[in-house]
Design a protein around this ligand. Structure first.
Ligand code: XBP
Ligand code: MG
Length: 252
């Protein structure tokens, strides 16, 4: 029997639906500011999301969709600069229009804190973006709720590589069997499973069609007492929303 000691949350798609109406919009605004005739539609962005990390996504787009594009001499530096602009625009967007957390996220985080369950973040997005989302959508001091916030370029290989989860486990000083990862995407699931973590998936707008057969439990969202989840795979008995008692029971 293993004790549940920590919850490790992904950010984009898991804490909040940030991709379509925030990240995507910020990428397009940055392209316009750089006078690039690039535009990522809602549909195209779904395909581009298979590549994690904004800089990596931009390069994938150019390679795959814009072979005609005349690259500047130092293309990597250009992409880094363009991505920095996108990051600034994304933060402005979050401040202007805070994005709601997904059902059950705030409740579960608050309960975890009361119950002495440690909290951490493992995300592919830029650290500043993760922090701003927590501040604007959860509460100004929320960054302090998390013992470890592992993000973006803090590791060399992004999800689906296991590096970011291994980084979190090392920093927490915990074994994988003491933690639960909460993810929304196949790339995230592969990353967490690569670090031997049990993973709860709450499918998001862009990921509901992905294959999560290896996940511990797959839900449409974490649920609330007045907004029960739908179980897509796994067994939760009579539970209608995810709380610490349910997670402890599933771990026992
Ligand atoms: C999601 C990502 C990120 C964001 C964009 O990460 O893959 O790349 O789409 O953020 P996760 P950046 O689900 O792991 O939180 O432009 O800052 O990379
Ligand atoms: Mg995600």
């Amino acid at each position: 029997m293993t004790k549940l000691s920590a919850l490790i949350f992904d950010v984009d798609g898991t804490l909040a639906e940030t991709e379509r109406d925030a990240h995507r919009v910020a990428f397009n605004e940055a392209f316009a500011e750089y006078h690039l005739d690039w535009h990522w539609t809602v549909e195209l962005y779904g395909e581009l999301l298979t590549v994690t990390g904004g800089k990596e996504r931009i390069k994938h787009y150019v390679n795959r969709y814009r072979p005609d594009y005349n690259r500047p001499d130092n293309f990597d530096a250009f992409v880094a600069d363009l991505h920095q602009k996108k990051t600034a625009l994304y933060q402005t967007l979050l401040a202007r229009n805070p994005i709601s957390l997904r059902p059950g996220v705030r409740r579960l985080l608050e309960e975890a804190r009361r119950e002495g369950i440690r909290l951490a973040i493992a995300t592919t997005t830029t650290l500043k973006n993760a922090n701003r989302l927590l501040e604007h959508s959860l509460m100004p001091e929320a960054v302090k709720w998390f013992e470890v916030i592992a993000a973006g370029d803090m590791v060399s290989a992004k999800k689906p590589a296991a590096d970011i989860y291994e980084y979190v486990l090392k920093d927490l000083g915990l074994k994988p069997e003491e933690c639960l990862a909460i993810e929304d995407s196949k790339n995230g699931l592969r990353s967490a499973m690569g670090a031997n973590l049990r993973t709860l998936v709450t499918v998001s707008d862009y990921t509901r069609h992905e294959d999560f057969s290896e996940a511990f439990l797959v839900l449409n969202h974490l649920g609330e007492p007045d907004k029960p989840f739908t179980v897509l795979a796994g067994n939760v008995g009579d539970a209608r929303y995810v709380d610490i008692a349910l997670l402890r029971h599933l771990f026992s």
